[in-house]
Design a binder for this molecule. Structure first.
Ligand SMILES: Nc1nc2c(c(=O)[nH]1)N[C@@H](CN(C=O)c1ccc(C(=O)N[C@@H](CCC(=O)O)C(=O)O)cc1)CN2
Length: 297
């Protein structure tokens, strides 16, 4: 049985560091960090995630400013809200919970967020910064996966990493981060030929494809590290159950280390949102107070 990477425990450690950073910024500069959380509509899963984000912000000493808008909110109204948050000095981070209702243009809303406050790391300028290995805000899920990998593996240099999935939110930024860590990176997707053979060559396998229990034991090189980003609700034995993109029971005996679902990548995503809020605030505060030393960690 491979080592189980405990996302709950690791996220608690990340949050503890965030809380210390938030307290230090308060002590040094008298600033309380603010995170604006925008939720449009009543998607039940999004409501849970937003509730958890607001709760964990509070635990870290970050003031959250919640905006819950009805499902029929217009693009103009949402853009106007984002614009007002961009200009509010008490707001250091802005996140718009995804998915948005179908009539709204997600790309347009993301592009409207001030990139310095874009704590999701989805703005095209942050996407470009990551691709060019420049400083910027990095999407929370891939950032959380990297923290888990570094804990499980130490140095990632020279490892063959395979990322299954090519989404803008997870697959592509994950591949960019692994490349920055000097991995040899392959992105596999629905058109990849003999995907099982490609995955079997991976020292690190990241599954972010949204297909319940797609990855089986015979896709895994013995001893490989497996990071499961999938969160899929299925019915089994008449009960609702959350499973990942990896068949955990099948794969765990072959893997060297593996993340569970739930309790793996999910909690790290929220912890990294708080970490990004500190990163964003430090940048904003050092831009307006260049003479003041703003601590780094
Ligand atoms: N603006 C954003 N929207 C979305 C993001 C995002 O990073 N930014 N990611 C996902 C949803 N998400 C955060 O928003 C998220 C999903 C899941 C979890 C989590 O902790 N999952 C738990 C299980 C939860 C459950 O019981 O239902 C786990 O894996 O243990 C956290 C955050 C899409 N939208």
């Amino acid at each position: 049985m491979g080592h189980i990477i405990n996302g709950k425990q690791l996220s608690a450690e990340v949050l503890q560091q965030v809380a210390a950073d938030v307290a230090a910024l308060k002590a040094e500069l008298g600033v309380t960090l603010g995170l604006a959380v925008v939720l449009v509509g009543d998607d039940p899963a999004s409501q849970v995630y937003v509730r958890n984000k607001v709760r964990q912000a509070g635990e870290a000493g970050i003031r959250s400013i919640e905006h819950r808008l009805p499902a029929d909110t217009s693009q103009a109204t949402l853009n106007a809200l984002v614009d007002s948050l961009n200009h509010d000095p008490k707001v250091h981070g802005i996140l718009v919970q995804l998915p948005l209702p179908d009539h709204l243009d997600e790309d347009d809303i993301i592009a409207a967020i001030n990139p310095d406050k874009d704590v999701d790391g989805f703005h095209p300028l942050n996407v470009g910064a990551l691709a060019a290995a420049q400083p910027g805000l990095v999407p929370c899920t891939p950032l959380g996966c990297m923290i888990m990998l570094q804990q499980a593996h130490g140095n990632l240099s020279g490892k063959h990493a395979v990322v299954i999935g090519r989404s803008n939110i997870v697959g592509k930024p994950m591949a960019a981060l692994l490349l920055q860590a000097s991995c040899t990176v392959t992105i596999a997707h629905s058109r990849t030929r003999d995907i099982a053979a490609v995955c079997r060559d991976a020292d690190i396998l990241v599954a972010a494809v949204g297909r319940p229990e797609l990855v089986k034991a015979d896709w895994i090189k013995p001893g490989a590290t497996v990071i499961d980003v999938g969160i899929n609700a299925i019915e089994r034995d008449g009960k609702r159950k959350l499973v990942g993109d990896v068949d955990f029971v099948d794969v765990a005996p072959v893997a060297g280390a593996i993340t569970p679902v739930p309790g793996g990548v999910g909690p790290m995503t929220i912890a990294c949102l708080m970490k990004n809020t500190v990163t964003a605030a430090r940048k904003q505060l050092s831009d307006i107070q260049p003479a003041v030393a703003v601590g780094q960690s």
